[in-house]
Write a protein that binds this ligand. Structure first.
Ligand code: ADP
Ligand code: MG
Length: 995
C-alpha cells in the first residue's frame, strides 16, 4: 500500500515536472525555426556570442533555450547537408551517416540533465544525442565538462560520434583511453568536452592529487559538470568497491635475511631457558614438601616465562590450572606495581628478551644484546639524534660542509640501527607469537594469513609493518616486498565532488531513493518518443534448472523457425556457455558474448536484430549498443528477449527487457525461473517449496506465474536492500576518509601551486612552534613560571639549530615567545639561503613539504587500513565498529598533522643541496621515482577486492562465531592489562572486560 502511494506521488510529481517544461520545449523550437534563416557561419557564430554573454553575467539557465536550439539546428544542417564531410562521420573506423535531429522528448531529457537530474529514458531513445545539448551549454562557460561511460569503447565511440556536432559548433572534444600517457590525458582534459570511463576519471584524480610533484604534472583541470551515462550501472553496480591505487611500500631496507640466523639462535636459547624454568617450577609445585617461599619462587619462574615467551606450549598447559593462573595474576600485579619500580626490569634482565604484552613488541635485554653482538652493546642503542645534531651545530671547529657531512653520517647510522632493531623485534614476534598452521600457513612458498574467525586462508592479505616479511624469513620462503594503499576513493565520493552532476539510464526509477539520499539526484522519467509496443510475457517457472533450460531451448528453436531473432540474457558466463552447448547440440547457429571484448561484442550485438539471429549475452555484454531490426523482422514480431533467470535486481531485468522494442519497434520478452536458481534458493520463501511439494508436479510441468510473481519480486527486493546496505556502509566508512582526504589534497594542491614556497614553509614551521608554545602555556597554571623543558626538547629534536637561552626570555604571551623563536629560525634560515642557490632552495622547499605530506599520509592510510580491519573485530564485542572507527581515525589524523609539521621542520634544515649539479641530480631522482611508480609496479584496482573486508552486512550475522576468549593479535597497541578498562567501568582492564 505504502509503495503504491509512493509510486502515485512520484508519478504525479513527475507529471507536474513534465508539464512545467513544456513551454521551454516550445521556446526551443521557436528559436530553432528562427535560426533556420541564418547562414552556417552565423549559426556557428552563436558559440562565441554565448561565451561572451556568459562572461557578461548571463547564466547558463538564461541561455538554455537558445543553446539547445543551436544544437538542434546544427543537427539538422548536418543531416541535410550534401557535403559528405558534413553528413558523414567516422565512428570507430566505420563511416556513419548523420541522421539525427533531437525529438521533443530528447529536448526534455536535455533540460533534465542540465538541471542536474537523472533522466530516465528507455534504451534506444537516443540518450547519446540528448547529452550533447547540456554538454554544449555548460562547456560555454570555458570549464571542462565530462561525459562518463561504462567502458573505453563507448567513450571512444560516443566522443567520435558526438564530436562531429561539437566540432561543427566550434568546441573541442577529448576522450580518455586507458592506454594514454599523462601528456595525452592532459590534452584530452584541456578540451571543452571530455568523454571517458568512471575509473579513468577517478584514477586520474587520485594520481593528480596524490602523486603529482609539480604543477605541470596535473592532468585534470576541473570537477565542474559531469553527465554519467548508464548511471545506475556506475553509481550503483560498481560502487560497492572503491578505486584503489596500490604500490610497493617505500624503499625496502629490511635486513631480515641477514639477521634471521642469529635471531633464530637467540630464540632457541630463550626457549631452552624457558623450558628449564618451567621444569624447575613444575618440580617445586609438585613437591608437597615445598615451602611457601619456594612456591613463590616457582611462580616467579612461571611469570618469567610469561614475559619471555607467552605462547610457550608448556606454559599454556600449566595455565589451564586455575590456581597457577591466579598466582600469575598476583605476580603480574607485583611486577607492574608502581611502588616497586625496577623490579620488572631486574626480572627481564635475566631473560634474553621479553615480549611486552602492552605494545605487542619484543624488547631485547642487555643479556640479549650481549648475545647478538658480544662486546658491542652499543650496537643496539639508537643514537640520540637531536643531541648529536646540537653538538655538531654548536661545534665551532667545523665549517658548514663538515657539519653537513657529519649530520648525514649521524642520520645514516640512526636509520640503519633503527632498521636492525625493528627487524629483530619483528622476527622475535614472528617466532614467539605466531604459530605456523594456526596463525598462518605456508602455501606455494608463500606465507598466507589464516583468518582468526573462519579459519580460512586469506591469500593476498599481508600483516603490516614488516611482520609478514619476518614470518617469511622465519619460514625461509621468499621475502616479498611490502605493498600498501597509496590512494583510494569510492566512486560515490569521487562524483560528489562535482559542482553539478547529472545522469541518464533506461532504469533508475527503482533506485530513486538511493540516488536521492546519496547523491541528491532526482529521477525524472521521460516519456518515449513513440509508444512502446513491447509485449512482456509472464515468467515461466520450473522446479529444476534442467527443466527450465530444456523449455528455454525449445522457445529459442520455435522463434528461430519463424525467423524471429532472439537475444538471451544470462547472469553469468557459465550459463551462457551451457546454453551455447545445448544450442550447438540442436544445430542452431548462434553467437555468445561475455563482456570481455567491448568493441567486437558491440558489433555482434548490433546484429542481434537480424533475421533468425540467435545471440547469447551476459547482462553487461554489449551494453549501450543499439539493436536495429533487420528486414522482414518486424513482420515476425521484432526482437524477442529471453532472460535465463531473474537477476538479483529488478533494474537489471528491466534493462534486459529494454533491449527490444525501441522507438516503436515491435518486440517481446520473457523470463525463465527455476526454484533451483540462486535467487529463489536463497531469498525465495520456504513456503514456496512446500506448496510445490503439495501440488505434486509432473516432470517438465510449469507453474502458473500469478502465484509466484510476488515471491520473485519479494526475493529481488530483499537482495536489492541488502546491496544498498553494503554500499551505504562502504560509503559511511569512506566518508571518514573523505574528509581527511579532501583536506590533505587541499594542502597538497597549495604546496604544488603556490608561488611562494618559502612563505608557506615558514608558515608550517610557525604553526608547529605556536602549537608547542601554546601547549606549554596551557600546562602552566597562572602566576607560575613556564616549564619550557618539553618545548626545548621538541625544538632540539625537530629543528636542528642552536637556540641561545635568551631566545626564550620573552615569555609573556604565546605570541611573543613564538615570535622570538621564529626570529631565530628565520635567521638560521637566511644563513641557509645564502649558502644555496635560490632555484635549488625553492625546489627543495616544495620537495620537503610534498615529501613529508606524501610519506606520512601514506603511512596514515596504512594505519587506517589496519584500523578498518581492526575495528571489525569489535563488532563482536557489541560495540559499533563505525563509531570506534570514527573516533580513532580522528586521533590518527590529528597526530598525522603534527607529524607532517614536525617532519617539515626537521627536514628543511637537514637536507641541503649546494651545487646546481646536486639539484639536477635530486630532481632526476625524484622524476625517476615517479616514472618507476608509473611503470606498472603501481596497480589500480577496481574489481574483486574486498578492501572493506568484513563490512559486508549481507554476511549473516547470526553465523558469527561466539566471542572467543583468546587474545586477538592486532597491529596496534592494545589496552594494557593495568590500563583503565575502555568500557568505562573505571576498573582496570584486566579485572573487567579483559579478564
Ligand atoms: P540509448 O543510449 O538511449 O539506448 P542511443 O543513443 O544508443 O540510445 O541511440 C539509439 C539509436 O537511436 C541510435 O541508432 C541513434 O542513431 C538513434 N537516434 C537517436 N536519436 C535520434 C533522432 N533524434 N532521430 C533519429 N535517430 C535517432
Ligand atoms: Mg546509450
Amino acid at each position: 500500500m505504502l509503495q503504491w502511494i509512493a509510486r502515485k506521488m512520484f508519478g504525479s510529481r513527475n507529471a507536474r515536472m513534465l508539464k512545467k517544461v513544456q513551454p521551454l520545449v516550445t521556446k526551443i523550437n521557436e528559436y530553432y525555426v528562427s535560426y533556420q534563416n541564418l547562414t552556417d557561419e552565423e549559426l556557428k557564430a552563436k558559440t562565441p556570442e554565448f561565451k561572451a554573454r556568459l562572461q557578461n553575467g548571463e547564466t547558463t539557465d538564461d541561455l538554455m533555450c537558445e543553446a539547445f536550439a543551436v544544437v538542434k539546428d546544427a543537427c539538422r544542417r548536418l543531416k541535410e547537408s550534401s557535403n559528405p564531410e558534413e553528413n558523414t562521420v567516422l565512428v570507430t573506423g566505420h563511416p556513419l551517416r548523420w541522421d539525427m535531429i533531437p525529438f521533443d522528448v530528447q529536448l526534455i531529457g536535455g533540460i533534465a540533465l542540465h538541471r542536474g537530474n537523472i533522466a530516465e529514458m528507455a534504451t534506444g531513445e537516443g540518450k547519446t544525442l540528448v547529452a550533447t545539448m547540456p554538454l554544449y551549454l555548460n562547456a560555454l562557460t570555458g570549464r571542462n565538462v565530462q561525459l562518463v561511460t561504462v567502458n573505453d569503447y563507448l567513450a571512444r565511440r560516443d566522443s567520435e560520434w558526438m564530436g562531429h556536432i561539437f566540432k561543427w559548433l566550434g568546441l573541442t572534444i577529448g576522450c580518455i583511453q586507458n592506454s594514454m600517457s599523462p601528456a595525452q590525458r592532459r590534452e584530452q582534459y584541456a578540451c571543452d568536452v571530455t568523454y571517458g570511463t568512471n575509473s579513468e576519471f577517478g584514477f586520474d584524480y587520485l594520481r593528480d592529487m596524490g602523486m603529482a610533484n609539480q604543477r605541470q604534472d596535473l592532468v585534470q583541470r576541473d570537477y565542474f559538470y559531469a553527465i554519467v551515462d548508464e548511471i545506475d550501472s556506475i553509481l550503483i553496480d560498481e560502487a560497492r568497491t572503491p578505486l584503489i591505487i596500490a604500490g610497493p611500500a617505500k624503499v625496502s631496507t629490511h635486513m631480515f635475511d641477514k639477521v634471521k640466523p642469529i635471531v633464530a639462535e637467540l630464540y632457541h636459547r630463550q626457549y631452552q631457558l624457558m623450558a628449564n624454568l618451567l621444569q624447575e617450577a613444575k618440580a617445586t609445585l609438585a613437591d608437597p614438601e615445598s615451602t611457601a617461599e619456594a612456591i613463590d619462587e616457582a611462580h616467579l619462574k612461571i611469570a618469567k616465562v610469561q614475559l619471555g615467551m607467552p605462547k610457550h606450549k608448556q606454559l599454556m598447559r600449566l595455565m589451564e590450572d586455575p590456581s597457577v593462573r591466579k598466582a600469575l595474576d598476583r605476580k603480574d600485579i607485583q611486577l607492574h606495581d608502581d611502588n616497586n619500580r625496577g623490579y620488572l626490569q631486574r626480572v627481564t634482565e635475566t631473560l634474553f628478551f621479553n615480549i611486552s604484552e602492552r605494545n605487542n613488541e619484543a624488547d631485547l635485554s642487555e643479556k640479549g644484546r650481549q648475545f647478538l653482538r658480544p662486546g658491542d652493546a652499543d650496537a643496539f642503542v639508537i643514537p640520540d639524534l637531536p643531541t648529536i645534531f646540537n653538538e655538531i651545530d654548536t661545534d665551532q671547529s667545523l665549517d658548514e660542509a663538515a657539519k653537513l657531512e657529519k649530520r648525514k653520517q649521524a642520520q645514516m647510522e640512526y636509520d640503519q640501527k633503527s632498521e636492525i632493531i625493528h627487524n629483530i623485534s619483528q622476527l622475535l614476534r614472528a617466532y614467539c607469537l605466531f604459530e605456523k598452521d594456526v596463525h598462518y600457513v605456508v602455501q606455494d612458498n608463500k606465507v598466507v594469513i589464516v583468518d582468526e574467525f573462519t579459519g580460512r586462508p586469506q591469500p593476498g592479505r599481508r600483516f603490516s609493518e614488516g611482520l609478514h616479511q619476518a614470518l617469511e624469513a622465519k619460514e625461509g620462503v621468499k621475502i616479498e616486498r611490502e605493498t600498501q594503499t597509496l590512494a583510494s576513493i569510492t566512486i560515490q565520493n569521487y562524483f560528489r565532488m562535482y559542482d553539478k552532476l547529472a545522469g541518464m539510464t533506461g532504469t533508475a526509477e527503482t533506485e530513486a531513493t538511493e540516488f536521492k539520499s546519496i547523491y541528491n539526484l532526482d529521477v525524472v522519467v521521460i516519456p518515449t518518443n513513440q509508444p512502446c509496443l513491447r509485449i512482456d510475457n509472464n515468467d515461466r517457472v520450473f522446479k529444476t534448472q534442467r527443466e527450465k533450460y530444456a523449455a528455454l531451448i525449445e522457445e529459442i528453436i520455435d522463434c528461430n523457425k519463424r525467423g524471429q531473432p532472439v537475444l538471451v540474457g544470462t547472469i553469468s558466463v557459465e550459463v551462457s556457455e551451457l546454453l551455447s552447448r545445448l544450442l550447438s547440440r540442436r544445430n542452431i547457429i548462434h553467437s555468445v558474448l561475455n563482456a570481455k571484448h567491448h568493441q567486437s561484442e558491440a558489433e555482434i550485438v548490433a546484429r542481434a536484430g537480424q533475421f533468425a539471429a540467435v545471440t547469447i549475452a551476459t547482462n553487461m555484454a554489449g551494453r549501450g549498443t543499439d539493436i536495429k531490426l533487420g528486414t522482414g523482422v518486424k513482420e515476425v514480431g521484432g526482437l524477442h528477449v529471453i532472460g535465463s533467470e531473474r537477476h538479483d535486481s529488478r533494474r537489471i531485468d528491466r534493462q534486459l527487457r529494454g533491449r527490444c522494442a525501441r522507438q516503436g519497434d515491435p518486440g517481446s520478452s520473457r523470463f525463465y525461473v527455476s526454484l533451483e536458481d540462486n535467487l529463489m534458493r536463497l531469498f525465495g520463501s520456504d513456503r514456496l517449496a512446500s506448496i510445490m511439494e503439495r501440488m505434486g508436479l509432473e516432470e517438465g510441468e510449469e507453474l502458473s506465474h500469478s502465484m509466484l510473481s510476488r515471491t520473485i519480486q519479494g526475493a529481488q527486493k530483499r537482495v536489492e536492500q541488502q546491496h544498498f546496505a553494503t554500499r551505504k556502509r562502504t560509503l559511511e566508512y569512506d566518508d571518514v576518509m573523505n574528509k581527511q582526504r579532501s583536506s590533505i589534497y587541499e594542502l597538497r594542491r597549495n604546496i604544488l601551486l603556490t608561488d611562494d614556497t618559502r612563505e608557506l614553509l615558514l608558515n608550517y614551521i610557525y604553526t608547529a612552534v605556536m602549537e608547542r608554545v601554546e601547549n606549554a602555556f596551557a600546562a602552566c597554571p597562572k602566576h607560575e613560571t613556564l616549564d619550557l623543558a618539553a618545548l626545548k626538547d621538541w625544538l632540539a629534536r625537530t629543528i636542528p639549530i642552536g637556540f641561545s637561552p635568551n631566545t626564550f626570555s620573552p615569555a609573556d604571551t604565546p605570541e611573543a615567545l613564538s615570535q622570538s623563536i621564529m626570529n631565530r629560525i628565520e635567521e638560521a634560515y637566511s644563513i641557509k639561503e645564502k649558502m644555496e642557490t635560490p632555484d635549488a632552495l625553492r625546489w627543495l622547499e616544495r620537495y620537503v613539504m610534498l615529501n613529508a605530506l606524501d610519506n606520512l599520509y601514506q603511512e596514515h592510510l596504512y594505519a587506517m587500513d589496519s584500523l578498518r580491519q581492526g575495528v571489525q573485530l569489535r563488532s563482536y564485542g557489541q560495540r559499533d565498529p563505525l563509531v570506534e572507527y570514527k573516533q580513532e581515525a580522528y586521533i590518527l589524523y590529528a597526530s598525522l598533522m603534527d607529524a607532517i609539521k614536525d617532519e617539515i621542520c626537521s627536514n628543511i634544515f637537514r637536507l641541503s643541496m649546494v651545487s646546481p649539479a646536486q639539484l639536477e641530480a635530486a630532481k632526476a631522482e625524484a622524476n625517476r621515482n615517479a616514472a618507476r611508480q608509473k611503470a606498472g609496479r603501481i596497480s589500480e584496482i577496481h574489481e574483486n577486492i574486498q578492501a572493506f573486508e568484513g563490512l559486508d552486512p549481507s554476511r549473516p550475522q547470526n553465523d558469527a562465531p561466539p566471542v572467543r576468549s583468546t587474545t586477538l593479535h592486532r597491529e596496534h597497541p592494545k589496552v594494557g592489562r593495568n590500563d583503565p578498562c575502555p568500557c568505562g567501568s573505571g576498573k582496570k582492564y584486566k579485572t573487567c572486560c579483559g579478564r
